[in-house]
Ligand binder design. Sequence first.
Ligand SMILES: [Zn+2]
Ligand SMILES: [Zn+2]
Length: 432
Amino acid sequence: MVALCSTCNKERAALKRPKTLEQLCRPCFFRALEDEVHATITSCRLFRAGERVAVAASGGKDSTVLAHMLTLLNARHGYGLDLLLLSIDEGIAGYRDDSLATVKRNEETYGIPLTVLSYRDLYGWSMDEIVREIGTRNNCTFCGVFRRQALDRGASLVGADKIATGHNADDVAETVLLNILRGDAPRLARCASAFTGAGGPLPRVKPFKWTYEKEIVLYAHFKRLDYFSTECVYAPYAARGFARDLIKDLEASAARPSAIMDLIHSAESWTVCLGDGGGDGGGGGGSDAAASDGAAAAAAGGNGSAAAAGGGGGGARRPRSCTRCGYLTSQPVCKACLLLEGLNSGLPRLGIGKVKGGRGSAAAAAGGGRGRGAERAAAGCGAQGCGGGGCGEVGAAAAAAGAAAAAEAGGRAGRPPRRAAVIEFESEGATR
Ligand SMILES: [Zn+2]
Ligand SMILES: [Zn+2]
């Protein structure tokens, strides 16, 4: 007997949703996924009418589906957004050149203007050249730091108010796990947020925060979207891959089939109290990103500032301009410039804090003596488009971090997050 779609009870079911195990026909699956993304956009207040939004477009499935869905939802619900595509050419032969061709086709398909910025033009180095210099061990650090700044530069170039990235629930769960492994408490507090950096010039949003990667793939497949599916040639060397495998194993097991949702909920529930080791030298610590996220909390969460006041700890340091490139940073010289200095001086490990003493220790330069903190900042949260300084740098003030967590929880510190309750219901019975 042919199973009917459990939503419309008319069409034949075409798939079983990985997230809910519902049997759905294609149109009902599309609508369910689109409605969930719309719910994330509205409940997390990701956009405001009239905003110019740069969609970080890599040509991969996530950003392609994001461009498609934002175009569709913008029209369906009248968000009033001015959408743009922004691509970064890292200079990885056989990977980025092919994926950029996909983005160019998307530009025509969706009628959204595309801007491409290259590492070569911005920094004088392509990723292939950087890997030839440093090997495959720390290359994702360089790529993450450079990509983040390149996206910021591109977004300001096209006059964007905000950057939307295709981070999905799997990415966010991996980032949570990586930050636990690194003991990076400040980032733990905000890496699961769908909205970061509201106090800075270019806030970032993740409309797919609650969307499973498998469902994005199904959506792209059934809608026959044009995307590029080869993984970055350097990705197998990233620590993220190991976190991903662990979560996949947990999901496949009977022990924790809801591992992805559970990790995100866990990160949202934590209130991070930074002890002596968490900040960059005590009360005066904090970072530009922390300051931004604190502001994000206040803006997005209503009484996030109250949580900030109650969070105690150090006050966030005011963001300042990098003395070399002029970009926003918490330190005199930004991370990208430090990495670049290492590359240009033939000491590529300088900027990632691996050179001890002498020659101006990178760690000291980066963090005013923060030591390991700078190294951890360089490592980044590792998320797609979110490298060192990605979710912000190490050393966030407890106040800002607490506020960010409060904002994501709906701005009601100490009470269960409203959105989380909905998701828990949705993920019930997700027993893959
Ligand atoms: Zn149906
Ligand atoms: Zn700089």
